[in-house]
Design a protein around this ligand. Sequence first.
Ligand SMILES: Cc1cc2nc3c(=O)[nH]c(=O)nc-3n(C[C@H](O)[C@H](O)[C@H](O)COP(=O)(O)OP(=O)(O)OC[C@H]3O[C@@H](n4cnc5c(N)ncnc54)[C@H](O)[C@@H]3O)c2cc1C
Length: 460
Amino acid sequence: MNKKLVIIGAGPAGLPVASQIRKETKDFDITVITDRNYYSYSPCGIPFVVSGMIKSFENLIMRGPKHYKDMNIDIKTNTKAEHIDTEKQIVTTNKGEFNYDTLVIATGVKPFVPNIKGIGLDGIYLMYSLEEAIEVERALKESNSIVIVGAGAIGLEMAYAFRKRNKDVMIIERNPQIMSSILDPDMASIVEEYLESNGVTIFKNAEVTAFEGEKGKVSKVVTTEGEIKTDMVLVSVGVRPNVEVAVESGIERGVTGGIITDACLRVRKNGKFIPNVFACGNCVEVIDGVTFRPSLSFLGSSAVRQALVVAENILGTNSVYAPIVSPGVSIIGELEIGAVGANSKRAIENGIIPKESRAYGLTRARYFPKGEIITVKILVDKSYRLIGSQIISKEGVKGRIDSMSYMISRGVTAHQLALIETSYVPPISSVIDPLTIAARKLIGITRDKFELPESMDNTT
Ligand SMILES: Cc1cc2nc3c(=O)[nH]c(=O)nc-3n(C[C@H](O)[C@H](O)[C@H](O)COP(=O)(O)OP(=O)(O)OC[C@H]3O[C@@H](n4cnc5c(N)ncnc54)[C@H](O)[C@@H]3O)c2cc1C
């Protein structure tokens, strides 16, 4: 008889577990439970639909019901898991009970709802799912001015998207800089200038104290810096692990609020890891590969990688999810903003006093058309081990961030980075990569000591 695999969550973590296992074996009856209507879509594409770059939300749906039916994966939509009995191996939902032999919890995150007077007014959105994005799109047709609360990556991608739709956009950020969880202030200012040059107004050091409305709909945002009239508000002040059903069922969460797991992603209850219950995706507490402390990752890329680890463990391979450095790239208009590892703030919060180096370069040979300036920053600890990097340009960011991800997670030092051989071809690179230049500066090899090639004469 087939074993029963139940997966709670049909996001980028839950569904790949199902698909991966089905590709390998027919020995499981697979049921995926989701409390939403939509599944198998890319949340990461939402800002690009809103901006008009992608035609419709339909385009974000990667696989439809037929695909899963053909794979013999049973997806139960609008079905909310309410309790997990790990002794009897039963998940109770609003639509009945599901027995399991193996369970995967992949419940993702919930947007954080700040306790601000008037937050419940119509016209205030906490867009995170496709359902909410569709609501935002509807509201957009009747809105000319939009206030975004929070200047994180999603808030900023949406700000640019709204500008592309000719809306007046104002961002309220309580911190003295934007993107403060991943960028240092000097790098954030490049993004800020770009947004402002595209017509986005940004208020920093400003806090929202209340939302006011007319006939139940928001019309004004009250802030510490004054009042702003608006037609619509997007609150984008972060997310929290969605662990209600796990915690209610006695599964333990860690200091970060995410579900505690062992390295194979098995959950813990009453101090013991449960062999047949796994968790993966953004609801899970991870280990940070720079600080080696518990942390959270809110990236789709981490969710999918964790899903593969869980699938391999269910299939019998002993697979481990190693500490992570969370490489990420945001695209705001033409600007690519990449970050990996710790920024200065997070390093200091974790007792690491960072040394830093910044360099500029060109993304193509000096004579080649359409080259862009690329700004790179690297951070090291006392022993010159790389701990973080931030890179901004209109091209060439992802590859560099990914190579920095490898170097940071492998404990490479600035001295080693300075010696790394990089390739050169005029249409996509300069002879010496700006990351090499940043490393050389950091370890004290300067122009005075070395005769640098022509291509490096644009360094700071
Ligand atoms: C606008 C936007 C842009 C983004 N851009 C990027 C990007 O460029 N790159 C990147 O790496 N990441 C990006 N992300 C983040 C990425 O989408 C998330 O990291 C990813 O969705 C997390 O996957 P998950 O499966 O862990 O959780 P989720 O996607 O949150 O899925 C959770 C699932 O659990 C279900 N669920 C929860 N509780 C229950 C319950 N009690 N019962 C039944 N079902 C339940 C939900 O219905 C859902 O199916 C973006 C996110 C957004 C919103």
